[in-house]
Design a protein around this ligand. Structure first.
Ligand SMILES: *Cc1c(COP(=O)(O)O)cnc(C)c1O
Length: 432
């Protein structure tokens, strides 16, 4: 598969280059030069396939010989020991639960695949890799779990001190081995800035192979398309058009859904659901893209004022506003609407949603108001409610049970390196 930069079509990369470079030199993002189609036979019998079989087929279609089918099977087997089940909540409304992985957020799908495909290439090239990642919460946990104990790769995670939940912090700071957590006395933006400076530093670049593990890396985007196919497989028998509502921040998840659609997945419509960080819904409404500084909300994993995957979103539609509007609708919601719907759904169905999932549910309901066709609605659940324990318990007036894999963490001592947001200090740490 050949990738090209969104900014300069002549800047091209192989799959391996795109994964290890993360970003093209012109600061664009990598996109497939050409999007291959899944076969009609595959779609005709998709309902008989397991998640892993679907993941192998999609990868094989995309990688077309660059990685053999048996190598792909190996990668998928190493990446996934968890599923993406669809659960019926109310008539015609289904939740796609993406929180059954090790860190209990959907980012496990991308991080696990990225780790597995990187180690596949490393076996061939014997390079040492240092992954740097800045996190505001969920990314760090998924990346730490994904790369834990993978030979030839070390992971350095930067997080803002006091600004992630207790469970999230424990996910970053309790693994050890090849995973190091740096606790920055500053904000998420400070962390991101330090990582960016490291990538630009010639001395660090010559000493190490630095790679990024955030959603600009194509290796995180591709595997997120698997579960759109897997959800369709579970719902196809209902025989109705399928719409997906995607709770969005940096828009990696929705970009992956669009990739699935462009590969031939029959999707009626997509809903871009956000909190008050609403640059994309406003763009879909007005045609003007005006990113703003992010604002804090209760669905904090989506507090992104300037989504990094926006350029990918519109590139799927040749940068044409009318064309993207015919396939994607955007809606945004306040914290009050979010907590009210969490309470309502809990009261009526017993189902507990995290605030991000609730935003997706609201998006689906909003779409139904203007589009009464007989539809199967799927909203994506991006995190287990226990990851946002205090907020969920307070909103619903309950005591959420903590799943074992999160609960055990709370008893392990955190280990972090405290640091000021100073590049010279960070560089000195990396160099030694
Ligand atoms: C990262 C995250 C999101 C946003 O996903 P994007 O791909 O950045 O749009 C939504 N919900 C949760 C729980 C997340 O961790």
């Amino acid at each position: 598969m050949i990738f090209q930069s969104t900014k300069t079509a002549s800047i091209k990369a192989s799959l391996e280059e795109a994964i290890f470079n993360s970003l093209p030199a012109d600061n664009g993002l990598y996109m497939p030069e050409y999007i291959p189609q899944v076969s009609a036979e595959f779609l005709a019998e998709i309902e008989t396939k397991t998640f892993k079989e679907i993941a192998v087929e999609i990868s094989n279609t995309l990688f077309d010989g660059e990685i053999t089918r048996s190598e792909i099977e190996n990668i998928i087997n190493n990446a996934y020991d968890f599923e993406a089940p669809v659960v019926n909540i109310t008539p015609d409304n289904y939740v796609l639960e993406l929180f059954h992985g090790p860190s209990m957020a959907f980012k496990d799908f991308g991080a696990r695949f990225m780790a597995a495909i990187m180690s596949h290439f490393l076996v061939r090239s014997e390079k040492e890799i240092r992954i740097l990642v800045a996190t505001s919460g969920d990314t760090g946990g998924a990346v730490a779990q994904g790369f834990y104990k993978i030979p030839g790769i070390t992971v350095t995670i930067l997080y803002p001190s006091g600004k992630v939940s207790e469970i999230q912090e424990k996910q970053l700071t309790t693994l050890g081995h090849n995973v190091t957590a740096i606790e920055i006395d500053g904000t998420f933006d400070d962390c991101q800035k330090l990582v960016k400076e490291a990538f630009l530093d010639k001395e660090l670049q010559s000493k190490f192979n630095l790679a990024s593990a955030n959603s600009i890396n194509i290796a995180r985007l591709i595997p997120q398309s698997f579960y759109f196919f897997a959800a369709y497989a579970q719902l196809k028998k209902l025989g109705k058009p399928v719409v997906f509502s995607v709770p969005s921040g940096n828009f990696g998840n929705l970009s992956a859904g669009l990739l699935a659609f462009k590969m031939g997945l029959p999707v009626e419509h997509f809903i871009a659901a956000t909190n008050l960080n609403n640059a994309v819904p406003r763009y879909l409404e007005s045609g003007k893209y005006e990113p703003r500084p992010s604002i804090e909300t209760i669905s904090n994993a989506m507090d992104v004022g300037s989504p990094s995957n926006f350029v990918r979103l519109i590139r799927f539609f040749d940068d044409d506003w009318n064309s993207i509007r015919s396939k994607v609708s955007g809606y945004f919601f306040s914290d009050e609407q979010t907590s009210t719907i969490m309470q309502e759904v809990y009261k009526n169905t017993g189902y507990i949603m995290c605030p991000h999932t609730a935003v997706a549910y609201l998006g689906l309901q909003e779409y139904r108001k203007v589009n009464r066709a007989d539809l199967t609605g799927v909203f994506l659940s991006t995190a287990h409610p226990a990851k946002f324990l205090e907020l969920v318990d307070e909103t619903l007036g309950i005591k959420t049970e903590i799943p074992e894999k999160l609960g055990l963490l709370l008893h392990i001592e955190k280990v972090s390196i405290k640091m000021k947001p100073s590049f010279s200090e960070f560089k000195a740490f990396l160099m030694k």
